[in-house]
Design a protein around this ligand. Structure first.
Ligand code: ZN
Length: 281
């Protein structure tokens, strides 16, 4: 099942067409994608009924973030050993967690203003929570996931590295720095939900390539650890970390420039695409 946010309404996506969930449910289900997560079981149970609704072609540019108003956004740093190494760290034995403040979350196909000449890319698999999770066991963790989507953890390295020690959350929360989408795909759709390919291309050149089974903390392990500290709420996002190949760790370092096109893809989901403009807008 693929569910998307189309012009602030939740839709079921099939064969490049969209069915409006509220319309197809005769007004029973909400139109607001954020509200849908609080009734996730009902939404899923209604999929056969929704699928009989009118499917219309749509403009991908109108897609918004699958979860537009997450109450909490978790993000993992250094969750792939080769990236930890390129960043000069030992791979962690406990997740290194920060947040992208929710105002940074945007849709999949947007233009992003570059606040400096040191903005970097980080392709990531993003988990969307569908059922409240509190102290869940690893074996039950997937049950709490609404779906998976594609994300970019855009990062401004100057603010990140300005102090001692470095900080993550602020530097990763400029406007447009959390693009997600193009839709969420329910976990049952994947051949192996714990092992999907993640890629990032900059102006057509592949800069990152990994499989999510290479993550140090898998999705179930991450959910067990996070939910052991605080409840995970419907609509919450978890950016699961980026593999090796970010710009800052290249020789010479490479950062995003005005006019660049960044395409991030996850096998079984699709791709998101950002273009960049100079300066704040
Ligand atoms: Zn990241």
């Amino acid at each position: 099942v693929r569910l998307a946010n189309l012009a602030d309404r939740i839709v079921l996506v099939r064969d490049a067409r969209a069915v409006d969930v509220q319309e197809a449910s005769g007004g029973r289900l909400p139109s607001d994608p954020a509200a849908a997560f609080d009734r996730w079981d009902e939404v899923l149970a209604s999929v056969p009924e929704i699928a009989r609704g009118e499917a219309r072609p749509f403009d991908p540019a109108a897609l918004g973030p699958p979860s537009p108003r997450p109450r909490q956004v978790f993000a993992l740093a250094l969750n792939y050993a080769p990236h930890a190494t390129e960043a000069g760290y030992t791979p962690p034995d406990w997740p290194l967690v920060f947040t992208k403040f929710p105002a940074s979350i945007t849709g999949p196909f947007r233009t992003v203003a570059l606040p400096s000449a040191r903005v970097d890319w980080e392709a990531e698999l993003v988990v969307v929570i569908g059922r409240r999770a509190e102290r869940v066991a690893e074996a039950d963790a997937w049950h709490h996931v609404a779906g998976l989507t594609v994300g970019q953890d855009l990062s401004e390295r100057e603010v990140q590295m300005r102090g001692t020690p470095p900080q993550f959350s602020l530097a990763k929360s400029y406007p447009g720095f959390g693009p997600t989408g193009p839709w969420l795909v329910t976990p049952d759709e994947f051949d192996d939900r714990d092992d999907v390919e993640l890629t990032c291309r900059l102006n057509g050149e592949q800069v990152q390539l990994a499989r999510t089974k290479e993550m140090i903390f898998s999705v179930p392990r991450t959910l067990a650890i996070l939910s052991g500290v605080c409840p995970l709420l419907p609509g919450d996002l978890i950016f699961t970390g980026t593999p090796a190949g970010v710009g800052q760790r290249r020789t010479p370092p490479r950062f995003l420039r005005a006019g660049d096109e960044l395409v991030t893809a996850v096998e079984g989901i699709g791709e998101i695409r950002q273009t960049f403009l100079a300066g704040r807008s």
